[in-house]
Design a protein around this ligand. Structure first.
Ligand code: HEC
Ligand code: HEC
Length: 247
């Protein structure tokens, strides 16, 4: 009996295992008996890269709070107005977002991430490279004080099928939290969570697809990548339309 167990542990199992691991049977038996060096695992050469270097410590929070909207207005007039209109409109709603009335922290995080390349944006990166973190805070202060294109989302809710459920209740069966758990209705959320109400639907849909594919990955803890990856394309369109505002 003892011999059978011994043979199983030191001869039979190693040989079966050898087939799976791609080493020859003799090496597998020798390793099991402890007379050959065990396989060495090469140390990983990969370094962990954070999704975003924006850290909500006291220094960052103070920097955003001290943003100067007057200085920001002058900068916006110089560098941003061609694409982001102060009335919240843009020349190309499919690709350029509305930035008016967005939360200052959300704006500051996106600008900082784009400046560092954590959120790729070829058109804005060269502009942001010329600006300091203080100037990003000034721009965030300026845009956050402009009026948002708000509307009563509940008035159109019934027309949006499952979108109202996704936005307000989520879907427990897919472990999808309600969008509004983080993105308050007609409001931003805690810290960097942006306001969705009044954003262009095409832009919302494009960002959800970008999170789902991993093309946009500056969301801390991968919160949006996990959520967007579970949505169907129809749900993306519906939920994006749900947040639309009248033009
Ligand atoms: C040539 C056009 C262009 C100019 C100029 C421009 N932007 Fe943008 N901006 C874009 C586009 C396009 C996007 C969306 C990129 C994407 O799809 O990820 C964007 C995205 C943003 C976002 C992210 C918004 C969000 O909700 O995630 C902010 C904030 C922003 N821009 C602010 C600015 C500021 C401030 C300036 C001036 C310093 C500026 N932009 C200049 C085209 C422009
Ligand atoms: C757990 C909190 C949480 C939930 C739930 C959540 N979001 Fe987000 N969402 C975030 C955060 C945080 C960001 C900002 C990520 C970043 O820094 O890029 C974000 C960003 C976004 C953006 C990009 C907006 C912009 O201006 O660039 C869209 C679009 C979005 N969320 C849509 C949704 C939708 C639709 C749902 C529901 C199906 C949802 N989110 C649920 C936390 C959440």
């Amino acid at each position: 009996m003892a011999l059978a167990v011994w043979a199983l542990g030191f001869l039979i199992l190693p040989v079966i295992d050898a087939n799976n691991t791609g080493i020859d049977s003799l090496t597998a038996i020798c390793r099991a008996l402890g007379i050959a060096a065990p396989a060495k695992q090469a140390p990983s050469t990969q370094t962990a890269v954070p999704a975003s270097m924006t850290a909500w410590d006291a220094t960052t929070l103070d920097a955003v709070a001290l943003g100067d909207p007057v200085a920001g207005a002058a900068l916006a007039q110089d560098s941003c107005v061609a694409c982001h209109d102060p009335n919240g409109l843009t020349t190309d709603p499919a690709t350029i977002p509305s930035t008016t009335g967005q939360s200052a922290r959300a704006l500051y995080k996106q600008l900082s991430d784009m400046k560092r390349g954590e959120r790729p944006n070829d058109v804005m990166k060269p502009i942001l490279d010329e600006l300091s973190q203080k100037q990003l805070a000034d721009l965030a202060a300026y845009y956050s004080r402009l009026p948002r294109r708000n509307h009563d989302i509940h008035a159109i809710a019934s027309a949006r099928g499952g979108a109202i459920v996704l936005a307000t209740k989520g879907d427990v069966s897919r472990a999808l939290p309600a969008c509004e758990a983080c993105h308050g209705a007609n409001a931003g959320g805690p810290l960097e969570v942006p306001m969705l109400t009044g954003q262009y639907p095409d832009y919302i849909a494009a960002q959800l697809r970008a999170y789902a594919s991993g093309a946009r990955k500056n969301d801390i803890y991968g919160r949006m990548r996990r959520i967007a990856g579970k949505l169907t394309d129809q749900e993306i369109k519906d939920v994006a339309a749900y947040y639309d505002a009248p033009r």
